[in-house]
Design a protein around this ligand. Structure first.
Ligand code: SF4
Ligand code: SF4
Length: 170
């Protein structure tokens, strides 16, 4: 269900340096029309449907375009963003309404350190099959390597997270 901007609600994020939806979209789909002062989803077909834009929009101006088999004609799904939660209102064709409330992240804008706790990049690790920080996020000391595989520049598993080499402790 790709997203679309309700122009009646969108204020172009006048209070922010950059439109929140444009800032957050991982696929750079949200564009601010400077002349109109309204944002729009420039390529709904490319929308990942992650709904990050929906959750971050301070005006609750972004809604989902439901596929007809999921959301028959006349139904709607509308978010209402609060300071610590988001309320989804589902209205069915017969006008029945259901609401679901979920907590949202309250980390301050721009304060997330995505690489916090991760060791310095090691060029040699570009050649192995593991993802950056995989062992850290999985909470293991080392990751298994299929038998017979020799990692270039390594004699076996990658260095355990929290080893003396990366200066961290688990
Ligand atoms: Fe408009 Fe919401 Fe995007 Fe801000 S985040 S530009 S209010 S759609
Ligand atoms: Fe971008 Fe995700 Fe919003 Fe789609 S749902 S426009 S991918 S932020």
């Amino acid at each position: 269900m790709p997203t679309y901007v309700n122009p009646d609600k969108c204020d172009g994020c006048k209070a922010l340096d950059k439109p929140a939806c444009a800032y957050i979209c991982p696929n750079d789909l949200m564009i601010l029309d400077l002349a109109q002062g309204k944002a729009w989803n420039q390529e709904p077909d490319q929308c990942w449907e992650c709904y990050a834009c929906v959750k971050t929009c301070p005006q609750s101006a972004i809604a989902m375009r439901g596929y007809s088999d999921v959301m028959p004609l006349g139904a709607s799904l509308t978010p209402l963003r609060g300071t610590d939660s988001i309320m989804w209102t589902v209205q069915f064709r017969d006008k029945r309404v259901k609401r679901f409330k979920f907590p949202i992240r309250t980390t301050g804008w721009g304060t997330i350190e995505p690489y916090d706790g991760m060791r310095e990049p090691d060029a040699a690790e570009l050649k192995d099959s593991h993802l950056a920080g995989e062992d850290v996020w999985l909470g293991v000391d080392s990751l298994p390597v299929p038998e017979g595989v020799v990692l270039e520049g390594k004699s076996g598993n990658r260095e355990p997270a929290g080893s003396a080499a990366d200066g961290r402790s688990n």
